[in-house]
Design a protein around this ligand. Structure first.
Ligand SMILES: NC(=O)C1=CN([C@@H]2O[C@H](COP(=O)(O)OP(=O)(O)OC[C@H]3O[C@@H](n4cnc5c(N)ncnc54)[C@H](O)[C@@H]3O)[C@@H](O)[C@H]2O)C=CC1
Ligand SMILES: O=C(O)CCC(=O)C(=O)O
Length: 421
C-alpha cells in the first residue's frame, strides 16, 4: 500500500461506524439511536511506566474501551502493539459488542490496547508492563464488570501476570476476571486454540453452502500467530490444502501445499514462515491477491480495501482478524459475488471459549475439553444458521449485513427495555 492509501484506509473506527450506519438504514434507525449505539460508555486512558534494563524509565499509553454493557459485563481482549490507537481500541470494543450479542453470550463489548512493541522488551520488562497496566485499570475490571482476555501479542503468560497483580492489588481471589489463563490458574486448554478451531468450522459451514465443501480446497492465511497457526492446523486436518501463509516479515506460497508441522518448525527456528524452504517468497500484498479458494486474513485490520479488493482472486473470504475488510471492500466484493464470512462470527470461537472458562470459574465446575469444544462449535453453528436465514430473507445483502442486523437488533432490544435508546 502507498502512504496515501494507508491514510485513507487506516481508521478502523470510521470503517466500523460506516458498517453500523448501513445497518441503521436497513433497520430504520435515526441519528440519535446510531449515536447511542456507536459511542463507548467509557474509555480509560492510562500512563504506564516501567524501569528498563538500562535503568531508564520508559513510558507507554494504554486504553480500555468499555463500549456497551446492555447485555452484560464488558468482554474482550488486550492488544500490545506499537501502532495501536484510542480510536482503534474503541472500534475493536464495538466489534466485541456485536460479536458477543451475535453468539448470545451474556456480555457487552470491551477491548484494551497498549501502544508498545513487546518484541523490544525483555521478559522482565514485559512482566512489569503487564502488571503496571493492571495497576492502572484494576478499579474498572472484575468478573462481573469487565473481563479481559488475550488478543494480538498477549497470551496465557500475560494473563497470569494480570491475574496475579489483580489479586494482590484488589485483595480479591477471582480468576474469572481474566480468561485465556493457563490451565493451572483455572484456564481451559481449549481456549488456546478455540479461535482457530472456530475459524475453520465456519469456513467449513460456508464452504458447504458456497463452494460445495471444504475438502480439497486451497487456503491462504495471512498471519501465523495464535489464530493463523491453529487455523492452518485445523484446515490441514479437515482435508483442505494450505497453499500460502505469512507473518509480519512476509509470506510463502506453494501450490502443492505447505505442511503445518514444518511451518511451525520453521517459525520456531528462524522466526518467520517466510523461510519455509519449498515455495515462493511473497510480500503480504502479493499473498492477499494470489489465486485460491479460501482466503483467511488472520493478522490485522483494514488489509483488504478499495485498492486491492478488485484484485482478490479467492472464491470465499473468512475474516479471522477483527475488521480486516474496509466498508468499501465489502461493497466491491459483494458486487463481485465473493462471499465474506464476517469477523463477528468467524473468529468468535475465541470469546465463546472464554465464556466457558469464565462460567467454569464462577460455578466452580469443570467442563471437560470435549464438552467445551462441542459447546463452542454448536454455538457457532447456531449463529451461522441464524445469519444464513437472515441473509436469505434480507434479499440483496451480504453475510456481514445479515450478521450485524441480528447482533445490533439484540443490543437494541436490551437497550430499549433499559430506556437507553
Ligand atoms: N487470539 C484470539 O483469541 C483472537 C484473535 N482475534 C483476532 O485475530 C487477529 C490475530 O490475532 P492473534 O493471532 O491472536 O495475534 P498474534 O499476535 O498471535 O499473531 C498475529 C500474527 O499476525 C502477524 N502480523 C502482524 N503484522 C502483520 C502484517 N502487517 N502483515 C502480516 N502479518 C502480520 C504476526 O507476525 C503474527 O503472525 C487479530 O485481528 C485479533 O484481534 C480475534 C478473536 C480472538
Ligand atoms: O476471549 C475474549 O474474551 C475476547 C477475544 C477477543 O478479543 C476477540 O474476540 O476479538
Amino acid at each position: 500500500m502507498t502512504s496515501v492509501e494507508e491514510v485513507l484506509t487506516s481508521n478502523l473506527y470510521v470503517q466500523q461506524t460506516k458498517k453500523l450506519y448501513k445497518i441503521g438504514e436497513i433497520l430504520g434507525l435515526h441519528e440519535d439511536q446510531l449515536t447511542a449505539l456507536s459511542t463507548p460508555e467509557r474509555v480509560i486512558q492510562v500512563k504506564i511506566q516501567i524501569k528498563g534494563k538500562d535503568g531508564l524509565i520508559k513510558t507507554f499509553t494504554g486504553w480500555r474501551s468499555q463500549h456497551n454493557s446492555a447485555l452484560g459485563p464488558y468482554k474482550g481482549g488486550v492488544r500490545f502493539h506499537p501502532n495501536v490507537t484510542q480510536d482503534e481500541v474503541i472500534a475493536l470494543s464495538m466489534i466485541m459488542t456485536w460479536k458477543n450479542s451475535l453468539l448470545q453470550l451474556p456480555y457487552g463489548g470491551g477491548k484494551a490496547g497498549v501502544r508498545v512493541d513487546p518484541k523490544s522488551l525483555s521478559r522482565e520488562e514485559l512482566e512489569q508492563l503487564s502488571r503496571n497496566f493492571i495497576d492502572a485499570i484494576y478499579k474498572y475490571i472484575g468478573s462481573d464488570i469487565d473481563v479481559p482476555a488475550p488478543d494480538v501479542n498477549t497470551d496465557s503468560q500475560i494473563m497470569s501476570w494480570f491475574l496475579d497483580e489483580y489479586t494482590k492489588i484488589s485483595g480479591k481471589i477471582d480468576p474469572a476476571t481474566f480468561t485465556g489463563k493457563p490451565v493451572d490458574l483455572g484456564g481451559l486448554s481449549v481456549r488456546e486454540f478455540s479461535t482457530g478451531l472456530g475459524v475453520v468450522h465456519t469456513a467449513k459451514l460456508a464452504a458447504d453452502k458456497f463452494l460445495g465443501g471444504l475438502e480439497g480446497r486451497r487456503v491462504i492465511i495471512q498471519g501465523f500467530g495464535n489464530l493463523g497457526s491453529f487455523a492452518a492446523k485445523f484446515f490441514q486436518e479437515n482435508g483442505a490444502t494450505v497453499i500460502g501463509v505469512s507473518d509480519s516479515k512476509g509470506g510463502v506460497i506453494n501450490p502443492n501445499g505447505l505442511d503445518y508441522n514444518k511451518l511451525e518448525e520453521v517459525k520456531k527456528t528462524t522466526g518467520s514462515v517466510v523461510n519455509y524452504p519449498e515455495g515462493k517468497k511473497v510480500t503480504n500484498d502479493e499473498l492477499l491477491v494470489t489465486e485460491t479458494d479460501i482466503l483467511v486474513p488472520a493478522a490485522l485490520e483494514n488489509v483488504i480495501h478499495k485498492y486491492n479488493a478488485p484484485k482478490i482472486k479467492s472464491k470465499l473470504i473468512v475474516e479471522g482478524a477483527n475488521g480486516p475488510l474496509t466498508a468499501d471492500a465489502d461493497s466491491i466484493l459483494k458486487e463481485r459475488g465473493i462471499p465474506v464470512v464476517p469477523d463477528i462470527l468467524a473468529n468468535s470461537g475465541g470469546v465463546v471459549g472464554s465464556y466457558v472458562e469464565w462460567a467454569n470459574n464462577r460455578m466452580g465446575e469443570i467442563i471437560n475439553e470435549d464438552d467445551a469444544k462441542k459447546l463452542i462449535l454448536t454455538r457457532m453453528e447456531k449463529a451461522f444458521e441464524e445469519i444464513y436465514k437472515k441473509y436469505n430473507s434480507l434479499g440483496d445483502q451480504d453475510l456481514r449485513t445479515a450478521a450485524m442486523v441480528v447482533a445490533v437488533e439484540r443490543v437494541i432490544r436490551a437497550m430499549r427495555v433499559r430506556g437507553l435508546i
